[in-house]
Design a protein around this ligand. Structure first.
Ligand code: DGL
Length: 264
């Protein structure tokens, strides 16, 4: 059994386009309805209640459009709303969390029976790093790794304002957040916000070669595939997928920026 119904993917703004792009690459038969809430971005400096209300409104709209699943392409909205959304709706709701497990698992190497403690910086929004969901995730790993939480709200603003191409501004901002660390000792940086995935090349420039840059996009899309397959709801193999972009900010600036990021 297959389903040609679309998949709803949303974020506070443009960051989740990095996830929609990953779906288009890895599941090319699927039809994605992307909704960016740029009129209300950023979510990362709001209260959990505000983010929950905004997330419910978006999912309600997706359900009316007949989606077969929702991907919360936003770590912040996942922290604030995923449990309540799963209780309220029957369709699968796929959430995202900073890929800390992947970073810490790098300390388990076949040639060594002992875990090699990993030094990991988690870059995310202030709300993601403050929420209980992240505290629980950190509890699983911080006894045998060194984990540093780094809230980076300005990186969201830079994407939303279309200044991602401003090399000097971006590097200055990254140095402002990360110069406090001895980066030569860091094993990996986790990009725990979907906006930050667009900064991968800049992080590469900032970090020594030995440090890995890890995001959760591929894992999320793999998980989406497994869930849809288990329900017999993958799109048929002869379907031609596409991504339809919508945004609560109706300006042509946001529409153009969204297309540019999807094609990047
Ligand atoms: N893209 C979002 C995330 O993954 C949040 C950005 C925001 O603060 O609005 O956390």
């Amino acid at each position: 059994m297959t389903s040609t119904a679309p998949i709803g993917v949303f974020d506070s703004g443009l960051g989740g386009i990095s996830v929609a792009r990953q779906i288009a690459r890895d599941m090319p038969n699927e039809h994605v309805l992307y909704f960016g809430d740029s009129a209300n971005a950023p979510y990362g400096t709001k209260t959990p209640e505000q983010v929950r209300d905004l997330s419910f409104a978006i999912v309600e709209h997706f359900v009316k459009q007949g989606v077969k699943a929702v991907v919360i392409a936003c770590n912040t909205a996942t922290s604030a709303a995923v449990n309540d959304l799963r209780e309220a709706y029957e369709i699968p709701i796929i959430g995202m969390e900073p890929a800390l497990k992947i970073a810490c698992d790098r300390g388990d190497v076949p040639s060594d029976p002992h875990h090699i403690p990993q030094r990991v910086i988690v870059a995310a929004t202030p709300l993601t790093l403050r929420e209980r969901k992240f505290a629980k995730l950190m509890d699983r790993f911080d006894s045998n790794n060194e984990i540093y939480k780094e809230p980076c709200p300005d990186l969201v603003e830079i994407v939303e304002s279309g200044r991602l191409g401003d090399h000097d501004l971006v590097m200055r901002t990254l140095h402002g957040y990360f110069d406090q660390y001895d980066l030569d000792r860091i094993d990996s940086v986790v990009l725990g916000c979907t906006h930050f995935v667009f900064y991968r090349d800049y992080f590469r420039e900032l970090l020594p070669e030995r440090a890995a840059i890890i995001d959760g996009n591929e894992g999320t899309v793999r998980h989406l595939g497994v869930v849809l397959e288990s329900l017999g709801k993958l799109a048929p193999e002869d379907a031609v997928g596409r991504v339809d972009l919508a945004n609560s900010d109706p300006s042509e600036r946001i529409a153009a920026l969204s297309r540019e990021l999807l094609e990047s």
